[in-house]
Design a protein around this ligand. Structure first.
Ligand code: NAD
Length: 472
């Protein structure tokens, strides 16, 4: 790292400027310029090169806001987004093309007519981002919105202010500012944005704020995508490779210091396996952090004091026993990857989304008990992880709902930028990534065409009706 870059101080967008920014996005959409393939491709190419050129600023910003390592900055933010731009560019013509409909979608009775699905951009859209992956979770939806031909206003999280300013600078210096805007700020600015009329709101964040957004959007019948959190279970049975399960689940809690919506909140594991599992967890910990987690330059920090205190309280309130980690240092918002052995679903460690490097281990007598317990913690979590035999894994998938699922690993179903990702029930509505990103911002508009010469074929529909000619 150590590159010298200058990033402006965080500044919230003036509240009275927000209506003008929203109306510019709506007005630009009405010029139809963002609908051309050329505009979309140009913006995606410009975004790709902006990400390339801004790499030093992005790395510094992630380091300052989250102490995110350069390795993670590249893997989960910069290169992730560059691949996303390339994927959308490679597939855009195919996605944007009208789809002709014929048999069997259109019955042969209507074969004299033409049916197609036209892919229309939804219009002016608002994207609201969370703090944990400040670039990826704001700009990946942007790539979908540009691909679809929308105009966009983005609201980065104020909890990562350096990143927010880099995003604003990158957008304003590199992209078409008549169509793509950044509003910086917190609740008042988000409220001002939500007072505007949008054609879609794409929100990533907590369920509590998602509820506020969805309620407000409902007042104007504005569709929303909600990418929320969840208390995600991991299931470990006697047929699992225990050492691998321990290592991979620990990995799931180290990315971004566990501030990742997808990682496990708790592990449901058969009782007899618990001592060995804990031994393997501690072994994996030693392999990853030979000098202790605090000394590792690769482990990030908790974003701020509020979130540090929230995690500390979960650990203070637990009636469980810490079986790995447990260290913390308030002066640098450091929390050690920590596992807590608990014996009640009412424990603080089971009741709250951890969204940090801490998780619980909950012993069960059987897979039956595990499958009865998980819905008590969260009926529709964002993800689940199954470490069992083939038959057990399939049973877990069949009997427990989740937004996505990974077999034999932590959160890998969401580690590939081209496959759909989203929650279900109260962990989210809608999906994006890959083609789903294009679809999320597109209206699939069915168009039919009735030829003038077909009058005789459709004569039966005109009043006065003749029952003797009725057939279906
Ligand atoms: P958050 O809900 O606090 O904030 C998200 C956004 O909403 C921010 O831009 C913030 O400024 C804005 N906001 C906050 N309070 C608001 C209010 N009262 N009214 C209007 N706007 C408000 O989320 P966060 O703390 O940034 O992120 C953590 C949460 O996000 C966790 O619950 C996590 O599981 C979830 N998350 C989900 C995904 C996903 O893809 N499903 C990804 C990352 C994070």
């Amino acid at each position: 790292m150590a590159t010298k870059v200058s990033i402006p101080e965080f500044e919230a967008t003036a509240l009275d400027a927000i209506p003008g920014i929203a109306s510019t996005a709506r007005d630009t959409f009405r010029t139809h310029k963002t609908k051309t393939l050329e505009w979309r491709q140009t913006q995606l190419r410009k975004l790709y090169w902006a990400l390339h050129d801004y790499q030093p600023q992005i790395m510094v910003a992630l380091q300052q806001d989250l102490r995110k390592s350069d390795f993670e900055a590249l893997l989960t933010e910069i290169d992730w987004l560059k691949k996303d731009c390339m994927f959308m560019l490679d597939n855009l013509e195919k996605y944007a093309k009208d789809e002709k409909l014929g048999s069997p979608d259109v019955p042969t009775t209507y074969s004299f007519m033409k049916f197609r699905v036209k892919k229309d951009p939804l219009g002016a859209v608002l994207i609201i981002g969370p703090y944990n992956f400040p670039f990826q979770l704001l700009l990946a939806p942007l790539i979908g919105a540009i691909g679809a031909g929308c105009t966009v206003v983005m609201k980065p999280s104020e909890l990562t202010p350096v990143c927010a300013m880099v995003i604003k600078d990158l957008v304003e210096t590199r992209l078409d500012t008549s169509a793509i805007h950044v509003v910086n700020g917190a609740i008042p600015e988000t409220n001002a944005l939500m007072n505007e009329k949008w054609d879609k709101v794409f929100f990533t964040g907590s369920a509590a704020v998602g509820t506020i957004i969805a309620k407000k959007a409902a007042e104007t019948l504005t569709p929303v995508v909600l990418e929320l959190g969840g208390k995600n279970p991991a299931f470990v049975t006697k047929n699992a490779n225990l050492a691998l399960a321990a290592k991979r689940l620990l990995w799931g809690k180290t990315t971004n210091a566990g501030q990742i919506c997808l990682s496990q909140n708790y592990v449901l594991i058969e009782k007899d396996l618990v001592p060995t599992f804990i031994t393997f967890l501690n072994q994996a910990y030693k392999d990853m952090f030979p000098n202790g987690a605090k000394a590792s330059p690769d482990l990030g920090r908790i974003v701020n004091q509020r979130h540090f205190q929230r995690l500390k309280k979960m650990l203070d309130d637990t009636k469980g026993k810490i079986v790995m980690g447990g260290g913390m240092d308030e002066s640098e918002n450091f929390i050690e990857p920590t596992a807590v052995l608990v014996d009640s679903v009412d424990d603080s460690m089971m009741q709250e989304e951890s969204f940090g490097p801490i998780f619980s281990i909950y012993p069960v007598n059987s897979l039956d008990e595990a499958l009865n317990t998980a819905p008590l913690v969260h009926r529709t979590p964002l993800s689940l992880f199954a470490f069992g035999s083939k038959v057990e894994n399939q049973r877990i998938l069949n009997e427990m709902t989740s937004g996505g699922a990974t077999i034999n690993d932590a959160y890998f179903h969401a580690s590939v930028n081209t496959v759909p990702f989203g929650g279900v029930g109260d962990s989210g509505w809608g999906a994006y990534r890959g083609k789903a990103s294009f679809d999320a911002f597109t209206h699939f508009r069915t168009v039919s065409e009735t030829p003038a010469w077909a009058e005789k074929l459709i004569a039966v529909r005109y009043i006065p009706f003749d029952m003797s000619k009725y057939k279906i």
